[in-house]
Write a new protein. Structure first.
Length: 577
């Protein structure tokens, strides 16, 4: 197996390469120096223990004691000492002296019998404990161990000195140094190989890209993502947010830090659990967060960046999900403005048509000489101002409902009745909770009944007020008049078919309203005081259903799926049915 060195290809790799080698070399060198110092110290302590123990052994030999007590060398003892010194290779010198300085044994036989003392023996002859010193002779420096020889009575009769040349110790130290240096070279080679392996791993992990290139790419992409109009957030498979651009932070957490939080804590309406479980995206959901209308898509992040979606049971599942948030607030605002302008134009066309018709009526009265009728018609026509028309068109953005209400305004004005829409009313096409035809039927019949009641009533103020409050959650319609109120005798049956104070052929309007309300799970509330007027409130919630409605008489609605084929919006049912 060949090992090929690969040179770093960019500044970051060179930095990693050099830093890793320098740090590794420093740590290895420091470790080896400490180890070397410890080993040298231990080696010297070992040699000291060898000569110390050997000196004690020799001083305690019975032959040595007997030889010193007899005062002359013993060949058997000398032979034992020679064998002992030969078997201890580190000991190169051993001598036995009596107290007079006469040498009884020396590793060099020719020196036996001579006297040579340098003063190092005085402490041991004076009764000192065994010790080790550094001495010198013709061969150089030595480590010497001194031990007293005592007679059977305990009297010092001589001493033993064993030595190891300093050269032997230095040679041992040199051997340790060479061994540690070899270890250093081997470890540096290992570090070099590890550095090369690390570089190859980095290159593999980066898919062949240079780190500088990836850093630049990440910086540019981060800048791009933070400048997107859409919010982008990513989570891991546990729902923890691992990335969010500035728009996502602004939408979900008002700009605060949201990383490390769970998506369900910040966005409770998240479909994260379903996306992770099924591995299928949930796209284009409408929701409202912090008063902002959002279009949200949640897409699974597949392992390895795969675009194919895993089915349940075919893999480990997504690694997380990507959340895309599109703020539709401004778009809806522009759409509302456009819808309002369109509704205004349709209304003005209808208003212009009605105005021309009124001019024709006035012209007809003048041609036949009915001056007073012309004056009265002009006075009543003035009850509907252009400002009222503009306000109605601005509040009611659904053109059919707006045209119906303005038409009823014109009709009421011809009869001297003021019909107005409250300024806080709002109807948007996307907020309708029941079909448009059903709403037109309800509004048309409520207004027509109120107009008929006021036209036939002798009251000082003839006024109808319509309020429409539509939102995605609830639709509320309120119609109030200043008529005579409902006769208590027929109030409990006001919604029954054919109940009316106007005679046969009437009493259908309120019945139709109740049927529609019941069919779509709505409610009707009725408030009326004789001589004060009447108010109807029709409410629909987002829970569309059949048979859930109830009117103010307390009668629970039953499902009725069929309505009469003829649903004339102006069929004349009055407040009494």
């Amino acid at each position: 197996m060949k090992f090929h060195l690969q040179a770093p290809s960019n500044a970051l790799e060179r930095t990693i390469y050099r830093t890793f080698l320098l740090f590794s070399g420093f740590m290895i060198l420091a470790s080896l120096l400490i180890s070397l110092a410890y080993d040298i110290h231990r080696q010297r302590r070992y040699m000291d223990r060898v000569i110390y123990g050997s000196a004690a052994y020799v001083a305690g030999l019975p032959g040595v004691v007997s030889m010193l007590e007899a005062g002359y060398p013993d060949s058997a003892t000398l032979s034992v000492l020679e064998d002992f010194c030969e078997n201890i290779p580190d000991i190169t010198g051993a001598v036995v002296y009596n107290t007079s300085g006469l040498r009884f044994f020396h590793t060099s036989r020719h020196a036996t019998g001579e006297s040579y003392l340098d003063g190092s023996e005085k402490p041991v002859l004076a009764g000192a404990d065994p010790y080790i010193t550094t001495g010198y002779d013709t061969t150089g420096a030595q480590r010497r161990a001194y031990h007293a020889v005592r007679s059977s009575s305990g009297e010092i009769i001589g001493f033993v000195m064993l030595s190891i040349p300093q050269a032997v110790i230095s040679a041992s130290d040199k051997g340790l140094i060479l061994l540690h240096f070899a270890i250093f070279l081997v470890m540096m080679a290992v570090c070099l190989a590890a550095t090369q392996a690390t570089l190859r791993y980095i290159r593999s992990a980066l898919a062949g890209h240079d780190p500088d290139e990836l850093l630049s790419l990440y910086t540019r992409q981060n800048s791009v993502l933070n400048n997107l109009a859409e919010g982008i957030a990513a989570t891991d498979r546990n729902g923890k947010i691992i990335f969010a651009n500035s728009e996502a932070r602004a939408i979900l957490a008002s700009g605060s830090v949201i990383r490390e939080h769970r998506i369900g804590d910040i966005f409770p309406d998240s479909a994260f659990a379903r996306v992770i479980r099924d591995g299928e995206p949930v796209l284009h959901r409408n929701t409202v967060i912090g008063g902002r209308s959002l279009l949200i898509s949640e897409v699974p992040i597949m392992p390895g960046g795969s675009r194919s979606l895993l089915r349940v049971g075919q893999g480990a599942g997504p690694d997380g999900e990507l959340v895309i948030l599109q703020d539709r607030t401004e778009t809806l605002k522009l759409s509302d403005e456009l819808s309002g302008a369109r509704s205004m134009m349709d209304t003005m066309r209808a208003f212009n048509h009605e105005y021309l018709n009124k001019l024709h009526v006035i012209l007809g009265y003048l041609q036949i000489g009915e001056i007073e009728k012309a004056k009265k018609f002009i006075t009543n026509a003035g009850l509907v101002s252009s400002q009222a028309v503009r306000q109605t068109a601005n509040s009611i953005r659904e053109s059919r409902i707006c045209a119906l209400v303005i038409g009823k305004m014109m009709h009421a004005a011809e009869l001297g009745i003021t019909l107005s829409v409250t300024p806080d009313s709002l109807v948007l096409e996307n907020d309708l909770l029941i079909p448009l035809d059903s709403l037109v039927t309800i509004i048309g019949n409520l207004l027509e009944n109120a107009i008929d009641e006021l036209d036939s009533a002798d009251v000082p103020v003839k006024e109808v007020v319509l309020s429409l409050y539509f939102s995605p959650e609830v639709n509320i319609l309120v119609c109030t008049d200043t008529g005579r109120g409902i006769d208590p005798a027929i109030r409990d049956h006001i919604f029954d078919m054919g109940i009316s104070t106007k005679g046969a052929g009437h009493g259908t309007g309120l019945y139709l309203i109740r049927q529609i309300t019941r069919n779509y799970g709505g409610t009707i509330d009725l408030e009326s005081e004789p001589g004060e007027g009447t108010s109807f409130t029709v409410t629909f919630t987002g829970e569309k259903g059949m048979g859930a409605g109830e009117d103010s008489t307390g009668k629970k609605g039953q499902p009725e799926t069929a309505l009469p084929k003829e649903t004339d919006q102006t069929m004349g049912g009055n407040r009494h049915g």
